[in-house]
Every structure is written in structure tokens, then in C-alpha cells.
Design a protein around this ligand. Sequence first.
Ligand SMILES: [Zn+2]
Length: 171
Amino acid sequence: MKLTLRYYGDSVLREVASPVEDFDEGLRELAEAMMEIMVTENGIGLAAPQVGVGKRLIVARRMRGLDDFDAPPMALVNPEIVGVSKETWTYEEGCLSLPGISAPIVRPQSVEVRYQDLDGQIHTVSDSSLFGRILLHEIDHLDGRLCIDYISSAQKSLIKSQLKNIKQQRT
Ligand SMILES: [Zn+2]
């Protein structure tokens, strides 16, 4: 399966992805191809719209912190946020679709996510570490949201020229 990364400025990143209905070989191949891209690009999470596929599928490394980089990747199909904590934390986030850009993003400290595995079985995962943040970031992609949507206009003006460059060079 030949997939390529999509960058800021590509309209697919702003679309709401559709639920996965067929838990077939094609879904498995898509998940494997996404994991391969994530590993090659040294990413810690990737959502299907980032490779141009409008389906509710994400892959993520189940890592508690950045020194956990070898954590095995997992695939989450139709992930849904079922609960978040009121407490928040701020962390410098990057995104494979926003090369060279990172920004401090405020997100809930803990999150509970319901998802299906590649066979369609339903699971629930709760996390209050980096993995939970990755899930929130990737699920946002399925709804057409990017992490930079959360930053202030003052912060955004600091990265304005970088965003413009990505748009011009990558799309
Ligand atoms: Zn991202």
C-alpha cells in the first residue's frame, strides 16, 4: 500500500473522517502501512487523514514518556473519547503534518477512550501520561482539528511564516 504524508494546507486534514465499517484485510494493510510511516518518520502517533485516508483509524506508540520511545505501536479503530479529567497539563507538541513546528498545547491530564481493534473487538483504555495526550491529538485529526488550533493568536503569529512555508512547499 503506497501512502504519503499529507501536510498543513492539504484539505484532507480539515475533513471529518468516516467510521470504519469493514474490519477486513484492507484495514489491516492500512494500519500496517501507517505504522511503517510513523516509525520511518520517528513519529509517536499518526491518524489516517494524515496519509490522505478519510477513515477513523489511528496508530500510536503506547508510551508513558519520551524515554519510552520503543513502546510498541498499536492501532485504534473508531476511537471515541468517553471521558476527560478537569485537570490539564501543557506539553510541547509536534505533528508529522506540521514539520519543524512545535507549540505548547493544553490538554486534559487523563482521558478514557473506547475503540475497536483491527478485528472489531471493543476495548477501553484510560491514560494520564503521554499516551493519553497522543490519543487526544490523533483523535482530533479524525475531526479535522490540528494542535495549532488551540494556540493563542500571539503564539500563532510566531509560527505564521513557518506555516506559510509548509503550505507552499508541501502542497
Ligand atoms: Zn498530528
